[in-house]
Design a protein around this ligand. Structure first.
Ligand SMILES: Cc1ncc(COP(=O)(O)O)c(C=O)c1O
Length: 376
């Protein structure tokens, strides 16, 4: 990824579509090659259906505000990230009616509950593919079929899964899929995108210069320019493409199998540590690489600090921008400690994490958390 960024700054550095000079053309080539790489990874046979955005939040906002209008009904789930929940709560104020389907306490979504929530007037179903708190996977293929059968559009938040779990937008019949670049796609921060199935019409979120159709003051209507106003993060997109190429070589099935093994190892080890509470499904096959837990007698931030400072392990703690998910798990308002296992993690690192948790659980049981930190 670093090499791709450096190559962009060294040899391209231009603004795609804004000029005919060699640097602009080189930058445009980087963006279009990246689009093809992402389309290939997601199995879209038309690269122009991939729109680049600044992150998954931007992509989700583009889809939500692009589809929903006052009087529409939208259905979502109780494990969504705030990048879905906050726009939906705002849209509610603009006259959109919202139903939040409750997931089970391990984050599992019941298809029948979703079916019951759909009704005439339902315009959109929004579901995360992998919970960023519990790690629980949702059956996006079955949800897409359910939505389609009911004449409802389906938006998938694949922030946690794109690059880590195989996704075939065509075979699964997905309408809209938002992804971020900086997680399993191994790209830099400030990158992401939205897949938009042909035939799905969205109002653009922003309008402006696209470097195309410049004689007109009206936004072009063709893909992907209609949704890509303003200068793109070409350096970031170059890095994202490098991550995508790396994943294509390994194969996403291989990444999934690797992460699943690490998650299974962690769940088996952690479930034997007295004082550790694990959240999400017990079966690694039902999860992505995210695992959440708590240690009795501690708060998540305290555990996170000790993991970092005493063991060199970086974990995310707290509410993970997903208060509804924590309410579902019963961990609101304190939250959890979260590990995210990825391609570059090893079984030895999982073992190290388990060893650290064993020590922390003993310190906590002995009321020695403060002195443990003092001994760093
Ligand atoms: C499930 C989920 N959705 C959306 C997002 C937002 O992603 P981004 O930070 O790229 O906007 C995240 C980020 O952690 C996430 O985990």
């Amino acid at each position: 990824m670093r090499a791709a960024l450096s190559e962009y700054f060294g040899e391209a550095g231009g603004n795609p579509g804004r000029s005919g000079h060699r640097m602009s053309v080189a930058a445009a080539r980087i963006v279009e090659t990246a689009r093809e790489t992402l389309a290939e990874l997601l199995h879209s046979n038309d690269a122009s259906r991939i729109v680049f955005t600044h992150n998954a939040t931007h992509a989700l906002n583009l889809a939500l505000y692009g589809v929903l209008r006052s009087g529409d009904h939208v259905v979502t789930t109780s494990i969504e990230h705030n990048s879905v929940m906050r726009p939906l709560r705002h849209l509610e104020k603009l006259g959109v009616e919202l139903t939040v389907v409750a997931c089970a306490s391990d984050g599992t979504l019941d298809l029948d509950d979703v079916r019951r929530a759909l009704r005439p007037g339902t315009r959109l179903l929004v579901t995360t593919h992998g919970s960023n708190v519990a790690g629980t996977l949702s059956p996006i293929g079955a949800l897409a079929a359910l939505a389609r059968d009911n004449g409802v559009l389906h938006l998938v938040d694949a922030a946690q899964t794109a690059g880590a779990i195989p996704i075939d937008v065509q075979e699964m019949g997905l309408d809209l899929l938002a992804f971020t670049g900086h997680k399993a796609l191994l790209g830099p921060t400030g990158t992401g995108g939205l897949y938009i199935r042909e035939g799905v019409a969205l109002a653009p979120l922003i309008r402006g210069g696209t470097g195309s159709d410049s004689a007109h003051e009206i936004q072009p209507e063709f893909m992907p320019d209609v949704y890509e106003s303003g200068t793109l993060n070409v350096a970031g997109i170059a890095g994202l493409a490098a991550g995508g190429r790396f994943l294509s070589e390994i194969g996403i099935e291989t990444v999934q199998a690797h992460e699943r093994k690490l998650v299974a190892q962690f769940l088996a080890g952690a479930s034997e540590i007295a004082g550790i509470t694990l959240y999400g499904p017990g079966d690694a096959a039902l999860r992505c690489g995210v695992v959440s837990f708590n240690v009795a007698g501690t708060v998540p931030s305290e555990v996170g600090l000790i993991l970092d400072e005493s063991f060199g392990i970086m974990a995310r703690t707290g509410l993970h921008c997903a208060p509804a998910a924590h309410r579902t798990l019963g961990t609101f308002p304190t939250g959890t400690v979260r590990f995210s296992f990825g391609w570059f993690n090893t079984p030895a690192e999982v073992e190290l994490a388990l060893k650290a948790l064993r020590e922390i659980a003993v310190w906590a049981a002995n009321g020695a958390m403060v002195s443990a930190k003092g001994n760093l």
